[in-house]
Design a protein around this ligand. Structure first.
Ligand SMILES: [Ca+2]
Ligand SMILES: [Ca+2]
Ligand SMILES: [Ca+2]
Length: 198
């Protein structure tokens, strides 16, 4: 038969253990260093250092390359990938993500949901997402990872692969005028030479 005192002790121990354990989150684990991002070449835009915060001020809140857990001050994880060319087709976003122990975290580009991260476990994952043309533009493209499931993850780098625009030769009015004045100049020169000879 339990007396009141022993019940109180058991309750106290239970409450204490809950306080110590805190919210139940997948424990961050040590994993090998992340694979390097690809070299930035034409059409391949790489961000491996944070450059954006939760309020969009353009200052890093240092949420890349470190564990971020749901509810942390620096969550969600966000950064910009700068595309320095016009965009005339869709592309692909690749994220290097570490320690995905549950599925569900959402990946957005410029506010458009691209998809969810899947569970791959205690390793690095190259997560690939198709990007529709409407979600891409020249300049800063905001990548955001919303931590939906109870899992702490690392986002190491992000790469946008964008098809270069097809170049069509359509002379602009300015070009035509230049061409025209060039021809007029040539004609004038020819006339002068002809006069000089006469
Ligand atoms: Ca953040
Ligand atoms: Ca950030
Ligand atoms: Ca995890």
């Amino acid at each position: 038969m339990l007396n009141k005192k022993s019940v109180a002790v058991v309750l106290a121990v239970l409450v204490m253990s809950m306080v110590v354990a805190g919210p139940v989150l997948a424990k961050p684990l040590a994993i090998d260093p992340a694979p390097e991002p690809p070299t930035a070449v034409q059409g391949l835009y790489v961000t491996s250092e944070d450059n954006e915060d939760n309020n969009g001020t353009g200052s890093p809140d240092n949420d890349m390359g470190v564990y971020v857990c749901p509810g942390d001050d620096d969550a969600p994880i966000e950064f910009n990938i700068v595309v320095d060319a016009e965009v005339c087709s869709g592309g692909e976003l690749t994220l290097m993500v570490g320690n995905l122990e549950s599925a569900g975290h959402q990946v957005l580009l410029n506010g458009h949901l691209l998809g969810n991260l899947v569970e791959t476990g205690e390793t690095w994952t190259e997560a690939l997402f198709e990007v529709p043309e409407a979600s891409l533009h020249k300049g800063k493209n905001l990548v955001q990872v919303d931590l939906i499931s109870d899992d702490c993850i690392i986002v190491e780098w992000g790469v946008l692969a964008v098809e270069p625009c097809e170049v069509e030769f359509v002379p602009e009015p300015g070009t035509l005028m230049l061409l025209g004045s060039g021809l007029a100049g040539l004609a004038g020169y020819a006339t002068l030479r002809w006069r000089a000879r006469a």
